[in-house]
Design a protein. Structure first.
Length: 203
């Protein structure tokens, strides 16, 4: 698909993440891509949210389950977090979540957090597939697309890479598998401390 332009994942990280230029590839003009006016820009603080985890007891209507909030993972309560990957998906994105699971297993101990956000309006079958696939990081239920709208997500897939300060380092409207090399480089750099919070990097 033709791309209008390409931008590095963050200007300050170009030397570290040269291969990640494709991560911010813009959709072709007129394509059914994300809402560019609503997408949090690079360097901006990602919109806060709280969603219930996508697990079998949640699908069964357990009212006692606890919502997962973004600010548990980044911002003033970041703790040991070095970076967060948000992955908006529907049931066609199970392979993307499985790829992300590999990154989570490799770098979670080094401060990398991954949150899947499901856009499925009927979540039960997808929840079963996630359980069967053994996905260990939280996959959250956004069936009403409330959080998706805050992030300008118009289609079924979009991803955002956040620093430990919850500021946006990069985003993509393509499947995670398509950006696999760039994302792996970015997550490795965050895990190894080569790329810190956005505000820590000079322009």
């Amino acid at each position: 698909m033709h791309r209008a332009h390409r931008t590095p994942i963050a200007a300050a990280a170009a030397a570290v993440l040269a291969s990640a230029a494709a991560l911010l590839a813009a959709p072709a003009p007129g394509s059914a891509g994300p809402d560019a006016l609503a997408i949090p820009g690079v360097g901006s603080v990602a919109p806060a949210f709280g969603l219930y985890p996508f697990q079998m007891e949640a699908v069964k209507g357990d009212s006692d389950r606890t919502a997962v909030e973004l600010d548990r993972f980044c911002g003033i309560r970041a703790g040991t977090t070095r970076g967060v990957l948000l992955a908006f998906v529907d049931s066609s994105g199970l392979a993307d979540l499985q790829a992300a699971a590999g990154w989570w297993r490799k770098w979670h101990k080094d401060g990398i957090e991954i949150l899947g956000i499901s856009l499925e309006s009927n979540p039960a079958p997808f929840a079963q597939a996630i359980e069967k696939a053994g996905i260990k990081f939280p996959v959250l239920d956004d069936r009403l697309r409330i959080v998706a709208k805050r992030y300008g997500v118009a289609g079924s897939r979009m991803s955002f890479l956040l620093g430990r300060d919850c500021r946006v380092l990069g985003f993509s409207d393509r499947p995670l598998k398509q950006d696999e090399a760039a994302l792996a480089d970015a997550l490795r750099a965050l895990a190894e401390g080569e790329l810190g919070a956005f505000s820590e990097n000079p322009e």
